[in-house]
Design a protein around this ligand. Structure first.
Ligand code: GLC
Length: 546
């Protein structure tokens, strides 16, 4: 068993309900996903991150949980889940699941009991106050002009409860030891069913003190206890947290090998888009230089281009965000919550193959473990006619076939739209056609994943920026005990040649291994790197003693 598998995994995130429907009812299910495992394995995926799979009223894509011990019946049952885990294991794929325990659905039994009486044992599972605080903070889901308070009056309870997100998602009172105990039990249960860990939803929100919450000592001790518990149950299981904060806060969640194993790198994600918008590498280089020193050999960042939510640009300044909006979401309907873009990557980048390769080449070489989102590998687009974030949650496009091969159900029975017609419709963008085309984006991405696996240095060691002397070109390298991975990316539409100022010992034995074209052989004596418009090159050297 490789306990540190996550340092170099290829993580693929998907929502079971929109991935593949096996029984023709219009909703994706575990059986459908199981049938798709050989495809995922041939793509090079080593770990699936499943968006919430629990019983839910489904008013927030499953992030509103009604019962943590039950599978959403539309997806299958526990038996199907167990079969999926086994089949995935056979394909060498691990499964981690989303755990949203910052809040539950209002339909959860705990909340129903909690609101009934002040004396209920569940009362303090949630955060109640009799008077609405005057300076009530805004909830995360408010559009401008909407009722944005995070306190909602409940007539049954005759009190206000706190909700960080939608009003139907009351926050749990994590400071309550009984709630912590419940979370342990939930984790225990799913670890026994074979998952390799959890994506911890909305992690920083869990520690905010609100209302009558009273943490006994350092609230982060709770995460330390989670880690210890998880590792005791299953030594190779991980916690991957959604921590959407400035990098100077990362070390509050990881760094001492005692809280999270991984954090999503939202900061680098934001500055990558600023770099794309400006066609300049500098914003990204600066963001990379802000990565914490403390990340140890046993911890890791998770790099991603898009996720299932809006492309949340709140790490950028107002002006920077406006620049990105102008470049990538020129119409109001493409924006959401005043901070994000509700489009997919391919359409953001104008379906320009050069830019899509550049973006993914960064995904596979920047420090961290790459996380792909279903459909990115074929360049799926969005459906802006769908409300809110559903625009980027359309069904997977498998083939130029009825409903894009997702389901045999009548189209009006589909859980979400299938994109049809135009540049991103299933007729043009689908797995089956791209699998058969040696020049497709899917074929390219499988190859890029192969290279990433062959040169795991990109996932290890400390990343350093190379001074390329050109604001359009990012150069970076990562050294580990096994070797060194170097990469260059040209963010501009111009051909550029840079001269490298690197130590002679670093340049020695450096060889080209992958790139957008076959470049002339790199000569360490005359260390020049040529890059075509939006071009990229990966170089590598093995340490001699191996
Ligand atoms: C996270 C999820 C998002 C969800 C929210 C509330 O941010 O990624 O989809 O709406 O938490 O659970």
């Amino acid at each position: 068993m490789n306990k540190y598998w996550y340092k170099n995994a290829i993580i693929y995130s998907l929502d079971v309900e929109t991935f593949r429907d096996s029984n023709g009812d219009g909703t994706g299910d575990f059986k459908g996903l199981k049938n798709a495992l050989p495809y995922l394995s041939s793509l090079g995926v080593t770990c699936l991150w499943l968006l919430p799979i629990f019983e839910t009223p489904n008013r927030d894509n499953g992030y509103d949980v009604k019962d943590y011990y039950k599978i959403d019946p539309r997806l299958g049952d526990l038996g199907h889940f167990a079969q999926l885990i086994d089949a995935a294991q056979e394909e060498g794929i691990r499964v981690i699941i989303d755990l949203a325990v910052n809040h539950t659905s209002t339909e959860h039994f705990w909340f129903q009991e909690s609101r009934k009486s002040k004396d209920s044992k569940y009362r303090d599972y949630y955060i109640w106050v009799d008077e609405k605080p005057k300076d009530a903070e805004k909830n995360m889901m408010a559009e401008d002009g909407e009722d944005s308070s995070s306190w909602k009056y409940d007539r049954t309870a005759k009190a206000y409860y706190f909700h960080s997100f939608y009003a139907h998602q009351p926050d749990l009172n994590i400071s309550n030891p009984q709630v912590q105990e419940e979370i342990f039990r939930i984790m225990h249960f799913w670890l026994k069913l074979g998952v390799s860990g959890f994506r911890i939803d909305a992690a920083p929100h869990m520690f905010k003190e609100r209302g009558r919450m009273d943490f006994d000592g350092d609230p982060h001790q709770i995460f330390r206890n989670f880690r210890e518990f998880v590792e005791t149950q299953k030594p190779d299981a991980i916690l991957l947290a959604e921590v959407d904060l400035d990098p100077n806060q990362y070390n509050k969640f990881l760094g001492n090998e005692d809280q999270m194993h991984m954090l999503f790198n939202f900061y680098v994600n934001n500055f990558m888009y600023l770099a794309f918008a400006r066609e300049e590498a500098t914003p990204l280089a600066r963001a990379l230089q802000r990565m914490p020193e403390e990340i140890t050999e046993k911890e890791q960042l998770a790099t991603f281009l898009r996720n299932h939510d809006e492309l949340n640009l709140d790490k950028l300044s107002r002006n920077e965000r406006e620049e990105v909006f102008k470049a990538f979401a020129p119409e109001e309907n493409m924006r959401i919550f005043g901070r994000g873009i509700r489009r997919r990557l391919a359409s953001i980048l104008g379906n320009d193959r050069r830019k899509m390769e550049l973006a993914h080449s960064l995904l596979f070489t920047l420090p961290g473990t790459p996380v792909l989102r279903y459909g990115e590998e074929i360049g799926m687009g969005e459906d802006l006619s769908m409300e809110g974030r559903s625009s980027v949650r359309t069904v997977m496009q498998w083939a130029n076939d009825k409903n894009g091969g997702f389901s045999t159900a009548p189209q009006d029975k589909l859980i979400r739209n299938v994109i049809s017609g135009g540049d991103y419709g299933y007729e043009k963008v689908n797995v089956s056609d791209q699998l058969r085309d040696p020049d497709s984006f899917l074929t390219w991405i499988s190859k890029a994943i192969d290279y990433r696996k062959e040169f795991p240095e990109y996932g290890w060691g400390r990343n350093q920026i190379i001074d390329t002397g050109n604001p359009h070109v990012l150069g970076h390298f990562t050294k580990s005990a096994k070797g060194m991975g170097v990469a260059f990316h040209n963010f501009s539409g111009k051909e550029i040649t840079v001269e490298l100022e690197m130590k002679e010992e670093d340049l020695k034995d450096l060889v080209d291994v992958f790139g957008n074209i076959r470049y002339e052989k790199f000569d360490p004596e005359k260390p020049k790197v040529r890059l075509t418009p939006y071009g990229y090159r990966w170089m590598h050297k093995k340490h001699n003693f191996l």
